[in-house]
Design a protein around this ligand. Structure first.
Ligand code: ADP
Ligand code: ZN
Ligand code: ZN
Length: 752
């Protein structure tokens, strides 16, 4: 037999390595194996490719053992990892590090250590007849001997035999399915008539396809037909449906069709929209087929789900955050990306810096399945793809049950101040409406996109402000803890009594966050029950669920919160929504700021008046004439998209150019800037005006490390892949200079 070799992907920022396949090892691509790599480290790796080409090195180490009896990755998933690695400038090993739950890929300094760290799935006892009595004659003889002297054992044996099927066999049946009690089974085992062994819980084939589906309205039905029709010619379809139009109902119908055909469906939602409300809604329809998967679940749960799905033969519904795209669903036919415009689908802080929505689109191409992107306010990238015909496009402009869209009112903060109509953070336009809503027993949502009490603490005498010693950013004051906190590195310090610079005693918290809003509200509406939802109060899943549950059951009148209140829920008694300060949304210099502001304000507004009562929205701003506000008030997504796309085209931004951001980090500021300037000059020789920077990001020092960025902009038509290859090559050679040894580079393709 010819020698066999296998390329193995290890969870490292390195390429695949080739190992020898031992003679009698029965190996399949996608399986996990254990190999020794480096002097004395043992890793779990994934078999990428089996071939017969001996690598050009002296000794080829053998694969030590197989650690998964079934493949952990399907072939399309291996292609997806390769695509992610190539597109987002990392290695399949880095994808592996992120994509597989920790316990599926143990490493160790010795083989024993690695094996000890290997996840063992939960098992349960199974009972089977001893092979010695699996024979009509022997069985009858045994039964006859028991019937008088041990009637319970007789009954138990009969039960086991019956549970094993029509014909006598030693098939194992789960203990929990038997009525026989433990002493009886123990006695039978002692007599050698049965065997009891631990087995993994089996993945039963999911056969029941009778789902109780919501009945669709005629408009929803037409939209569903449109989507299904477009799927014939387009792997990806964009569904643009206003909030409350019933996008979820349409998803449910598509999922049901997929499951009934024996396929798997995956529904991606932004992490913070992954509420127990939504999971419960899906479980009521799809029962035990639903698997939730996200980073807040305990590692064990995630590992169990991963391994169970690797064995499943289809019919699964996974609802998860962006990491769920990596689950080993063998018959993946449908991926739904809900709120597809959400920036949270892009992983920005560590490799792989992938965009899960784009990976889902890729996945559809690789599996021959379908991807549905859903949103009330699509990303301009997806919208442009729908307009150009690359994606199919379905639109649903009617809200369910004729619920009207809330009326949006812009309230001019500067004018309110001049007229004496503003109290702390609230214009009279808002407070009057709040009072009325409270009188009517309705609920109110208030949005403020900063948490904490105050984002700055300043000394009015000398201008000093409290800053983080490790990062270039002001410290946020958190009043309840009485401390200043850095939102970048977590550094905290007590609020000083006197100004450290001039000794002034009048330090003032400036600006306002959710905590301050909550405090001011209590003064304005002492009777109202007020609650807050942000990262400081929703510290765990249960704390989060408790806040939502209080609001849902009407025990809270006013809920103040950050972005977290904008998503995922459906509250019927909310009649008023306030956006306390739209200025920082409108005046942000980022090229996506207008798109984001529109999406966020529309989404927050959509929380009001979801049933019979038409709701109201009050937006407080000192820029009441900003053209974007007009588009928000009119719910005119198309006008927003036209304006913004025209600007993007004029200035060469996505979707009319592809961006790759290179970030350099180092502790020595001067050296870093020197390296960045020299690198930019070198890159300009290759790319000319396509290179922008170096520029310092708004927060240019985090945890004592300085940060500087370069941007590569590639226009359509030019090969972005080739440009990125050149970029990486130049950066690698440049940083090889020993002077720049301590500087690291990282890439972010399609940054958001
Ligand atoms: P979207 O996801 O588009 O914002 P949802 O799917 O959450 O909208 O629907 C909004 C509300 O309307 C939900 O409470 C939902 O239960 C209800 N609804 C929508 N369509 C139907 C339907 N066909 N039958 C019953 N209830 C529906
Ligand atoms: Zn001072
Ligand atoms: Zn800090």
């Amino acid at each position: 037999m010819a020698d066999r070799y296998a390329d193995i992907v290890l969870p490292l920022a390195r390429p695949a390595y080739t190992f020898a396949v031992p003679d009698r090892m029965d190996l399949a691509e996608g399986q996990a194996v254990v190999v020794q790599f480096g002097a004395r480290r043992y890793y779990t790796g994934i078999v990428w490719r089996i071939h017969d080409r001996r690598p050009d090195v002296g000794h080829v180490k053998p694969i030590l053992r197989i650690s998964s009896d079934v493949p952990l990755l399907t072939a399309p998933q291996r292609r997806l990892w390769e695509w992610i690695a190539a597109y987002y400038l990392c290695t399949p090993g880095e994808v592996m590090r992120f994509a597989l739950p920790q316990l599926v890929k143990p490493t160790g300094l010795s083989l024993e250590e690695l094996i000890a760290g290997t996840f063992r799935p939960r098992t349960e006892p199974y009972v089977s007849l001893d092979p010695g009595i699996v024979d009509e004659e022997a069985f009858d003889r045994t039964m006859a001997g028991l019937i008088r002297r041990a009637p319970r054992q007789h009954a138990a044996l009969l039960e086991i035999a019956a549970a094993g099927g029509e014909r006598l066999s030693d098939e194992a049946v789960p203990r929990r399915c038997l009525e026989a009690d433990a002493p009886t089974l123990a006695a039978l085992r002692k007599k050698g008539l049965i065997r009891i062994a631990e087995h993994e819980r089996s993945t039963e084939r999911r056969a029941d396809n009778r789902f109780r589906l919501p009945e669709l309205t005629p408009a929803q039905q037409r939209t569903l037909q449109r989507i299904v029709g477009d799927f014939d010619t387009h792997p990806t379809v964009l569904l643009q449906g206003v909030t409350g139009s019933g996008k979820t109902e349409i998803y449910i119908h598509l999922i049901a069709r997929t499951l009934a055909d024996g396929g798997d469906a995956l529904m991606l939602v932004p992490e913070i929209a992954l509420t127990s409300q939504l999971i419960a809604r899906l479980e009521r329809i799809f029962g035990s087929r639903v698997t939730a998967y996200h980073s807040k679940l305990p590692i064990r749960r995630r590992t169990e789900s991963f391994l169970r799905l690797a064995r499943s033969e289809g019919g699964e519904l996974v609802i998860g955050a962006r990491s769920a795209i990596f689950l080993p669903l063998k018959r993946l036919r449908l991926v739904i990306v809900d709120e597809e415009h959400e920036p949270g689908y892009k992983q920005s802080d560590s490799q792989p810096r992938y965009q899960a929505r784009d990976a889902a689109v890729m996945m559809a191409a690789l599996t021959g399945g379908h991807t549905l992107l859903g949103s009330a306010t699509p990303s301009l990238e997806s919208y442009a793809n729908a307009c150009s015909g690359k994606y199919g496009y379905a639109r649903l402009d009617e809200r369910y049950a004729d619920a009207r869209l809330p009326r949006i009112l812009v309230s001019d903060t500067l004018r309110a101040v001049k007229r004496g109509e503003r109290q702390t953070h609230f214009n009279r336009d808002l407070t009057e409406r709040m009072a009325a809503a409270l009188r009517r027993g309705e609920q109110i949502l208030l949005f403020q996109n900063r948490r904490g009490f105050a984002p700055y603490v300043e000394c009015p005498a000398c201008g000093w402000s409290a800053r983080c010693p490790h990062c270039n950013v002001t410290l946020t004051y958190h009043k309840r803890e009485g401390r200043l906190q850095c939102h970048y590195c977590g550094h905290t310090a007590p609020l000083p009594e006197y100004c450290p610079d001039c000794g002034g005693a009048d330090l003032r918290p400036a600006g306002f966050g959710t905590e301050k809003v909550e405090e001011e509200l209590a003064k304005l509406f002492p009777e109202a029950r007020i609650d807050r939802l942000d990262r400081d109060t929703a510290t765990s899943e249960s704390a989060y669920n408790a806040i939502i549950a209080r609001f849902e059951s009407g025990r809270t009148d006013i809920l103040v919160g950050t972005q977290m209140i904008a998503k995922g829920f459906d509250f019927e008694r909310v009649s008023l929504v306030g956006i306390l300060n739209a200025d920082n949304l409108l005046l942000n210099p980022d090229f996506r700021a207008a798109e984001r502001a529109f999406q966020l304000m529309t989404q927050v507004a959509g929380r009001a008046g979801r049933r019979d009562a038409a709701g109201e929205v009050v937006i407080q701003t000192s820029e009441p004439d900003h053209p974007l506000l007009r588009q928000v008030i009119d719910y005119d997504y198309d006008a927003m998209a036209r304006t913004q796309l025209a600007e993007r085209a004029a200035f060469g931004y996505p979707p009319y150019a592809r961006l790759t951001e290179t970030t350099l980090r180092g502790r020595d500021r001067q050296m870093l800037y020197e390296a960045a300037a020299a690198l930019a000059a070198e890159l300009r020789e290759r790319f000319g005006r396509r290179i922008m920077g170096p520029v310092a990001p708004p927060v240019d020092r985090i945890r004592e490390t300085y940060i500087v960025r370069l941007l590569l902009k590639v226009e359509p038509g030019a090969s972005a892949a080739r440009a990125r290859a050149i970029l990486c090559d130049v950066v690698r050679r440049h940083l090889a200079d020993p002077r720049f040894k301590s500087i690291t580079a990282s890439y972010n393709v399609d940054p958001q």
